[in-house]
Design a protein around this ligand. Sequence first.
Ligand code: HEC
Length: 266
Amino acid sequence: MKRGKGLTFVGDSRILKYDKPKLNRDYSEFPGRTEEFYPDYLLKEWVTGAVFLIGFLCLTVAHPAPLERVADPTDTGYIPLPDWYFLFLYQILKYTYASGPFNVIGAIVIPGIAFTALLLAPWLDNKKDRHWKRRPIASGLMLASVAIIFYTTWESVAYHDWEQQDAQGQIVFSNLDAEDPVFNELIRTNCTSCHGGELAGGSGPGLIEPDYQPETVEAFVRNGVGEMPAFEDTLTDDEIIAISEFVADLEIVSADEAENTPESEE
Ligand code: HEC
C-alpha cells in the first residue's frame, strides 16, 4: 500500500478511519425519526388494514353480489358479464373492427400491444428525469389509457341490458327433472340455447310459467314462430311429441318441492 496519499489516518495512529458512514448505523443516531416495530408500526398497519376491511364490508352490504342460479356450462343462452374491472376489455370486443371477423384484433392484438408496451416501459421510458411533466410521451400514453378505460367502462355499463341480465340468472324453482332423457337428449340440444339452461328464459321466452297444452307446444315446435326455427324436418314425430309433453308438464313449484336445484336432489 502506498504511504500517505489517499489514506486518512485516525489521529496519529496507523489505523484506517472507518469509512462506511451510511452502513450499519444505529437507530439511536436518529432520535424521533424511528419507531419500534412492535407495537407502534404493527398497530399502524393493523389500523390501515381495518379501515380497508370495514370499507369493503360496507360496500358488500350496500351492493351484495346477486345470487343467480347454479352455473351450467351447457347453457349457451346465458351470456356471462365480466366483473366491472374487465368491462373495458369486454366493451372493446363490441366495436365493429374488434369483433366478428376482426375478433383477433379485439381479443389478442389490442390487449397484446397494451401489455407489451407495459412490459417494455422500463426500456422505452428510461430518461433520468422522473418528473411526469418532463416525460410527455409516457405521461400522455398513461393518461390516454386511463381515459380509454374510464370511457369504455362507462359505455359498457350504459349500454348493457341490465333487465335481461337479471332475468337470465334468476332462480326459478320448477319441477324440471334434469335427469330425464328427454331433457338431456332432445331439449338440451335443441331448445336450451334460446330458452335458457333450465327453460326459464333466455333470448326466447321462459317455457315453465305459461300453462301449455302439449298440442300448443307441438304447434310451436313444428312450425316455429318469429326467431324460432321450425323443427318439423329436424326432429321425428316421436321426438316432437316427447318434447311437447315434457314442456307442457313444466310448472313453477315452491323451493322445497323444486327438482331443478342441487339441494333438492338429496
Ligand atoms: C333460435 C332460438 C330458439 C330455439 C332453438 C327454440 N326456440 Fe322456442 N322460441 C324462440 C323465440 C324467440 C320465441 C318467441 C317467438 C315470438 O313470440 O315471436 C319462441 C317461442 C316458443 C314457444 C312459445 C312461447 C310463447 O308462449 O309464446 C314455445 C312453446 C317454444 N318456443 C318452444 C321451443 C322448444 C320446445 C324448442 C326446442 C325444440 C325451442 N322452442 C327452440 C326461440 C327459440
